[in-house]
Design a protein around this ligand. Structure first.
Ligand code: GDP
Length: 193
């Protein structure tokens, strides 16, 4: 499976600035610092495609990456404890608004840290994706940071906590490339339907 030929397209800071729906879009959701940028760089051809955030919580825009007839939309990360209430409300309107109304949304990736039990916010995101009735995967990233056995236990915990099927949980590592082929294939086929 060839990597996706993605290029950075645009950053969007409000719903009224969304580009006209064109290609099928796969949304990435996850806590700040979970590894979404690294994931995009790994499934894309370009290792430096998504700037890896040094300052968690800084990324407040929807970032569009386009190529091979599809688009990945990196939604702003959540769970940044220090964010003021107004900021969090703005985040909610932006992300929920996108997920609820975007007509060319075809799939979702809920990105999780393999070392953490999914939290309340992850559960809420799972609910938003389910409500849209688009296929989605939970991607347990940083799998290189734990043993194979621990990764399998984590995958099961994720499945049970978020009420998913076995096929909906994918172990992934941006460092070793584990899960990359599977994820690339999944995104391609979700975008073809
Ligand atoms: P984002 O905020 O969700 O976009 O997260 P980043 O992609 O910027 O990653 C946050 C930090 O986790 C960075 O220091 C990355 O190098 C690291 N990281 C991301 N994915 C992996 C992975 O699969 N394995 C390891 N070991 N580190 C990772």
């Amino acid at each position: 499976m060839k990597p996706l030929s993605l290029e950075f397209d645009r950053a969007v800071s409000s719903l009224d600035r969304l580009p006209a729906p064109a290609l099928p879009e796969t949304a990435l959701l996850g806590r700040s610092n979970v590894g979404k940028s690294s994931l995009i760089n790994t499934v894309g051809r370009n290792r430096k495609l998504a700037r890896m955030s040094r300052d968690p919580g800084r990324t407040r825009t929807l970032n569009f990456y386009q190529g091979d007839g599809l688009i990945l939309v990196d939604l702003p990360g959540y769970g940044y404890a220090k964010a003021p209430e107004a900021e969090r409300r703005r985040w909610g309107r932006l992300v929920e608004g996108y997920l609820e109304n975007r007509e060319n949304l075809v799939a979702g990736l809920l990105v999780l840290d393999v070392r953490r039990v999914p939290g309340e916010q992850d559960g809420i995101m799972r609910g938003w994706l389910a409500r849209r009735e688009v296929p989605f995967l939970a991607v347990a990233t940083k799998a290189d940071k734990v043993s194979r056995g621990a990764a399998l236990v984590a995958a099961r915990t994720i499945r049970k906590t978020l009420d998913l099927t076995e096929e909906q949980v994918l172990l992934f590592s941006a460092k070793t490339g584990a899960g990359r082929e599977k994820l690339t294939g999944w995104i391609r086929s979700a975008s073809e339907r």
